[in-house]
Write a protein that binds this ligand. Sequence first.
Ligand SMILES: Nc1ncnc2c1ncn2[C@@H]1O[C@H](COP(=O)(O)OP(=O)(O)OP(=O)(O)O)[C@@H](O)[C@H]1O
Ligand SMILES: [Mg+2]
Length: 298
Amino acid sequence: MDMQNIQRLMEDYLSHNYRRGSFPEKLLAALLESWARERDRAHELELLGDMVLKNGALIQQLVEMNHLKNKFLGTAAHDLRNPLISIRGLSEIILTEATGPLTQEQKEYINIINTVSSGMLKLVGELLDISVIESGRLELQRQPGALDRLVSERIRVHTVIAEEKRIVMEEDLSELPDCSFDLDKIGRVIDNLLSNAIKFSPPGSRVSVLLRQEENMARVTVGDEGPGIPMEDRSRIFGEFQKSAALPTGGEKSTGLGLAIAKKIVEAHGGDLMVESREPSGSLFSFTLPIGRGNDGH
Ligand SMILES: Nc1ncnc2c1ncn2[C@@H]1O[C@H](COP(=O)(O)OP(=O)(O)OP(=O)(O)O)[C@@H](O)[C@H]1O
Ligand SMILES: [Mg+2]
């Protein structure tokens, strides 16, 4: 019986609809039923409260562990950086033969040391980025700048890498009003999209880069003729250490961190990073940046 009915029974009783002295059984039954219900609800609430408290403690524990993981990741990556920079730098000097002539075998070995230390430095850099982003310490050094110039510069660098796989880079860049962005970080976003397009595409294919203005946003789109991203992987690949079915076509390294970092950087600028499929095959990755000062007032 609901509260309205109980109230009506009470009013009936009080307005002498019940014979004086007669026992208000109906009312009492309704009240007892209602109290029982309330008691059950109170019990349920108590259980719920316990669960919230227990889960709250668990959540707190997980937050602390995540914090510790970020700290560990950041410290380890930071401590590995300097020795790796030395290894790479010294191997470069040895390769120039400034320290003495090298046999062919020595050259090959030093070359391997150089390539491997470069790869490790890239990974350590990405781990540092992730640790900085996760701990909420991502700081942007925004400056007004021409996005078309930056995109064009990064294409030049990647054209050399693409040529090794006979991949043709095509560009169609509109001149846009200045955007306010962190040159180094947006450079890394473009680098990751270009390197992915080249890394996962078959030799002899084309990679195209488009820059357009869409209302008050600039949009950079990188298209390729590779295998594309299956529908079920499209949101997952923006997570850390996440990979899709595509494998590098030239033995390149694949860690699965680039897109996670890129997405966070773009979002911190007030833009978005997304992927679409391309007909008949291939993928289209694009990101947007606000034109002018940006949305978040930095
Ligand atoms: N253009 C593309 N074509 C096909 N698959 C892609 C493309 N770009 C990304 N992917 C898929 O998404 C995954 C995640 O990309 P992401 O850039 O995060 O990592 P990665 O390139 O493997 O390594 P990292 O960028 O850390 O060196 C890739 O491993 C690949 O499976
Ligand atoms: Mg990548």
